[in-house]
Design a protein around this ligand. Structure first.
Ligand code: NI
Length: 225
């Protein structure tokens, strides 16, 4: 009886070792020494898409994200939502985070108070009419933001830490290689779902980073508010 239990225990331990060995690889974690102890934590990254929705490319991107089980973040231009309401509804249904990228892609710091308010509130109201959820985050076009703009819009800005420069080239290999090379845990990657090559590159970037053990989260999970 005892012996049988011992064999069972060894078998269970072997199985657990196998499971742990196959699911959890050391490479999947970041490692840091805190108080003389090694701490492991999950490698996380957020992929974000500006300037959409695009009636031509965004759905292809959403299909690819769905296949890979990835939640992304979209910063939408209000006027681009016209005739693309279904795409925005799908983003929300599939668990992506939706933020504001102004109504007509304006440099906010160069505008007067009323125009700032109009650019932002009009976009929020178009999105909220579709998603029935308050829009909390803004990505200011060109990164143009100030304390005064923050005061006017009362939204939290989300910037980026990896600029793929995807709008400047159609060389998918170059976009993918440089982005994968430059990305580390905690990064927020900036892309645009308004180009075919960007969508192709984004899906390849996701595949490569997932292979390296990265988990994709929405950008709100990586900022301090
Ligand atoms: Ni933009």
């Amino acid at each position: 009886m005892l012996k049988k239990n011992l064999i069972k225990t060894i078998l269970v331990m072997l199985c657990m070792g196998f499971v742990a060995g196959s699911i959890l690889k050391q490479d999947d974690f970041e490692q840091e020494v805190v108080d003389n102890k090694v701490v492991y934590y999950e490698k996380m990254v957020a992929i974000t898409f500006d300037d959409g929705p695009s009636g031509t490319y965004t759905e292809m991107l959403l299909d690819g994200l769905k296949e890979r089980g990835v939640k992304a973040t979209f910063f939408l231009i209000g006027k681009n939502i016209e005739n693309n309401e279904e795409i925005v509804r799908r983003m929300k249904e599939e668990g992506h985070l939706i933020g504001n990228h102004t109504y007509t892609h304006k440099e906010l710091c160069s505008l007067d108070r009323n125009t700032i308010k109009m650019e932002i509130e009009r976009t929020n109201s178009v999105i909220e009419n579709i998603t029935s959820e308050k829009v909390r985050y803004i990505r200011p076009p060109f990164g143009s933001f100030s304390e005064q703009v923050r005061w006017e819009c009362k939204m939290t800005p989300i910037f980026w830490s990896v600029d793929t420069m995807d709008w400047g080239t159609t060389d998918v290999d170059k976009i993918v290689n440089e982005t994968v090379k430059n990305t580390k845990s905690g990064d927020i990657i900036l892309m645009h779902d308004t180009y075919y090559t960007s969508v192709v590159a984004a899906l390849r970037i996701i595949d490569e980073l997932q292979l390296q053990g990265y988990v994709f989260v929405t950008a709100d999970e990586l900022i301090i508010e």
